[in-house]
Design a protein around this ligand. Sequence first.
Ligand SMILES: NC(=O)c1ccc[n+]([C@@H]2O[C@H](COP(=O)([O-])OP(=O)(O)OC[C@H]3O[C@@H](n4cnc5c(N)ncnc54)[C@H](OP(=O)(O)O)[C@@H]3O)[C@@H](O)[C@H]2O)c1
Length: 225
Amino acid sequence: MDNESLMLTIAVLGGTGKEGKGLAYRWAKAGYRVLIGSRFSERAVTVASEIMQLLEGSSSVVGTTNLEAAQQSDIVVLTVPYAAHRPTLESVKDALKGKLVIDATVPLVPPKVTKVQMPPAGSAAQEAKEILGDDAQIAAAFQNISHKLLLGEEEVECDVLVTGTSKDARHETLRLVEATGLTGWDAGPIENSVVVEGLASVLININKQYGSTHAGIKITGVNRS
Ligand SMILES: NC(=O)c1ccc[n+]([C@@H]2O[C@H](COP(=O)([O-])OP(=O)(O)OC[C@H]3O[C@@H](n4cnc5c(N)ncnc54)[C@H](OP(=O)(O)O)[C@@H]3O)[C@@H](O)[C@H]2O)c1
């Protein structure tokens, strides 16, 4: 990874939760400066120090509010439950102007989380675009990576499909996927996020039927070397 990338600060909104903490851990391990965002700064401070302990090194992970994290970062990652998706985005909207926003939200509607139930906008990522405006740089990624894999040290076999509002948004996000140690794929425009987000319910269903916790997907038939 080049030094310029490592100077970037990544905010993980809802980074106190399962998925956000795992991603924050991976990026901090790769050398990025990471801000954990929360509705409650004390909670974020606690999680940031837990990640620092896991890393046992000179990594920089700091906990603060979602708004301050969004204001003080270069790239903002959203990892909140779907019910909190719109309120969280609206609460930090001004701070997101001109920044890449990476949305990991899956529009699950409990209790039927094994059934695909997409929102009127098409997908959570498209809803983010509606909220943030047509100029926003949004990518959607990580929806099919179980948090159980992110805090472990084993090699993760599942791939990450990246959709986004522009080639640049997808390209930048693919660099961050690579930094987590996973394999990412440019999966096309943000409209394609409907498939990727919907796949999460399929994987949850497979977990349930076959007694697993972290079913994933892998792209085959492509030579990337
Ligand atoms: N868990 C997974 O394995 C996984 C995998 C792929 C994608 N995802 C997606 O990633 C997102 C986060 O999943 P998660 O399992 O990490 O969720 P989570 O642990 O339940 O929640 C993440 C964080 O969101 C904040 N939050 C919760 N309810 C909220 C509310 N009503 N309003 C505002 N903030 C709220 C909380 O942070 P504070 O209380 O600190 O504010 C919480 O720590 C979801 O959209 C999920 O579908 C999850």
